[in-house]
Design a protein around this ligand. Structure first.
Ligand code: SAJ
Length: 417
């Protein structure tokens, strides 16, 4: 049987490659011509360890091909983005346009007996919504929301839960949550994933599967918010928050996470809003956690302003134009090169914008800044350490953990210096 994966990004492409590596015929579909061409040459357009070799072999052996428009298959996996709507609402709302477009794209080639799986992280109800879109486009076929177990097409939600940088291993080893719209939908989805998943495939319904994924990332966001709030409280009370946390974590039932400059990436800072926008009255802790984490960068910027004021008080012959600030780390977390939704990058840009003196940024994982990233002057670690008056540590990259602590005023958002 043939499997079609719609959306060949960070999740879709590795998933397509895993099926193909198990000698399944896979048709990858993407709207991006560049992605399609790159994959058909046996190359990849994203950064993920080990993936290039798997895609190369799958394309060469003829198990994987990419196209712009869907073709007939027996199973369709939808792995498209679910961003926010572009409105000014206080509570960002999920935008299901890509799921809608993917449903309309596959509808013409759907046939009786097919399985459609939604993998994109989605608000509760999105799988039922997708089923309604498919039903509207194909009135000649029956779907589980009308026909239950007698439906012509089976539908399930199986959220991805892999950690960027470890996708190839985690796709195989992680347990999968399988939320079918009916028992038969779940059973068919399990059978499909068992082609390469060695973890357990645990069955539930579609709504619970949607909520499970959002819950995992919201739980982490709330825990990080607790650590970030503690860091602000401790700063006021003149207590070292990292010492405090390591002491509290000696309790057998306490495990506090680490404070930082804010929460970044395209998952933890996004998914909790999918819960808050659905249930704004009820989701109080989840909403507050988002606000606590989102306000942390501003707090860090205020700390930098105070450091500049301290420096000028100690060096009355200087003005703020004479003060050099070095920012250490731009990525959204340690030891990666991903700048998307990075609080470190935002802070470094804002400091460069506000400060009248020189602002240098050190990012050992990036040699050339991606297009569109402005207000950043890259500098090597050694030179930044030697020339800056104020050192702002934003990411706990291994290079910063192992170097000597610089002289001068330090604002350390990660507690490693
Ligand atoms: N962070 C802290 N303090 C901590 C831990 C993290 O400030 O103690 C910050 C990081 O610096 C980063 C952000 O949180 O800015 C998120 O990093 P992360 O490592 O917690 O998570 P992601 O975004 O790389 O991946 C998460 C994972 N989810 C969970 O761990 C529950 C991953 O398994 C998911 O597949 C992924 O989201 C996703 O795609 O949803």
């Amino acid at each position: 049987n043939t499997i079609s994966v719609v959306g060949l990004g960070y999740i879709g492409l590795p998933t397509a490659a895993m099926f193909a590596s198990r000698k399944k015929k896979v048709i990858g579909v993407d709207v991006n011509q560049h992605a399609v061409d790159t994959i058909n040459r046996g190359e990849i357009h994203i950064v993920e360890p080990e993936l290039d070799m798997i895609v190369h072999a799958a394309v060469k052996e003829g198990y994987l091909k990419a196209t712009l428009s869907p073709e007939q298959a027996d199973a369709f996996l939808i792995a498209v983005p679910t961003p926010f709507k572009n409105n000014d609402s206080q509570i960002p709302e999920p935008d299901l346009t890509y799921i809608h477009k993917a449903s309309e794209a596959i509808a013409p080639v759907l046939k009786k007996g097919d399985l459609v799986i939604l993998e994109s992280t989605s608000p509760v109800g999105a799988t039922e919504q997708m089923a309604d879109w498919l039903a509207a486009a194909r009135p000649d076929l029956s779907f589980p929301q009308q026909a239950g177990e007698n439906a012509d097409v089976n539908i399930a939600h199986c959220p991805e839960r892999v950690l960027p940088g470890h996708v190839v291993r985690e796709l195989v080893e992680n347990d999968r949550v399988i939320g079918g719209m009916t028992a038969n939908c779940s059973a068919r989805a399990v059978e499909l994933y068992k082609n390469f998943v060695q973890g357990e495939c645990v069955i539930t319904n579609a709504r619970t599967a949607e909520m499970a994924k959002l819950t995992e990332n919201s739980c982490r966001d709330v825990q990080i918010a607790f650590a970030n709030e503690l860091s602000i409280i401790c700063d006021k009370l003149d207590i070292n928050v990292w010492e405090l946390i390591s002491l509290a974590n000696r309790h057998p039932r306490i495990n506090i996470l680490q404070p930082g400059p804010g929460v970044g990436g395209h998952c933890i800072a996004v998914d909790p809003w999918f819960i808050v926008s659905k249930t704004p009255e009820e989701a109080r802790i989840i909403h507050t956690a988002r606000k606590v984490n989102d306000s942390k960068p501003q707090w860090v910027i205020e700390k930098v302003k105070l450091a500049v004021a301290d420096f000028l008080q100690q060096n009355p012959e200087k003005t703020s134009k004479d003060v050099t600030i070095a920012c250490y780390g731009l990525a959204f977390k340690a030891d990666i090169d991903d700048l998307r939704e990075s609080p470190a990058l935002n802070i470094a840009q804002e400091v460069s914008f506000l400060h009248s003196g020189v602002v240098l940024s050190v990012e050992p994982n990036i040699h050339i800044l991606p297009e569109g990233v402005e207000n950043i002057t890259l500098c090597d670690l050694q030179r930044a350490m030697e020339t800056a008056d104020i050192h702002l540590l934003l990411v706990d990259h291994r290079q910063f953990r192992s170097c000597k602590i610089p002289d001068g005023l330090i604002v350390d958002t990660r507690g490693i210096w």
